[in-house]
Design a protein around this ligand. Sequence first.
Ligand code: ADP
Ligand code: MG
Length: 238
Amino acid sequence: MGTITLSKVTKSFGSTEVIPPLDLEINDGEFVVFVGPSGCGKSTLLRLIAGLEDVSSGVIEIDGRDATRIPPARRGLAMVFQSYALYPHMSVAKNIAFPLKMTGVDKKVADEKVAAAAKVLNLTDYLERRPGQLSGGQRQRVAIGRAIVREPEAFLFDEPLSNLDAALRVNMRLEISQLHQDLATTMIYVTHDQVEAMTMADKIVVLHAGHIEQVGSPLELYNNPANMFVAGFIGSPK
Ligand code: ADP
Ligand code: MG
């Protein structure tokens, strides 16, 4: 299961409220995209869900359980960082296996999970290389592999493609969509790129200054934007 519910969630840094009270429902298996301009609170929202930040008030529930009572490592969520977050001195295999090693998973089981993830991600021939010997797209796949082996209830992506060039971004977009189809796992994907949002999402959450302007399918937002902000954002060229 990968159901995530936010009820009246707020976040302040010092006296600045960056997330005013916010409600959001994410269903099991959904591909949800948080989109909005830089500084609108996308990463903060993702970090609250991941447990990397504490909510100032309100409740986040994961599969019906109050997340504040669940330590981040036990929330069943895997955050995919940008590709530069790999360990440069470790092989691809060791990078992918790292979360398993940390949680004391048996080596044989870990090796099997790494092999399976590598197969899905077309990395089988690259397992002994170091990240520095890979292309940008391959490095990004390693970062995703590290999330896959944990078999999370949900994947959380924070602008995972922003370091890649345009052609590679299109490829990786398709690969992540394919992965979502294959795994049928909840994915929350943060981007400031409306094209990514429109092409990848089941559900788009348009954020502006920490609040939700509209939630809907790409088609709903395209056909029926709630206001000028949504219309301007969805309609504007990148
Ligand atoms: P986005 O990911 O949409 O670009 P962020 O979630 O990173 O936006 O930031 C939202 C707002 O919160 C910004 O105004 C940012 O400056 C502020 N912010 C984020 N993290 C912190 C922090 N640790 N301390 C203070 N302010 C922060
Ligand atoms: Mg951000």
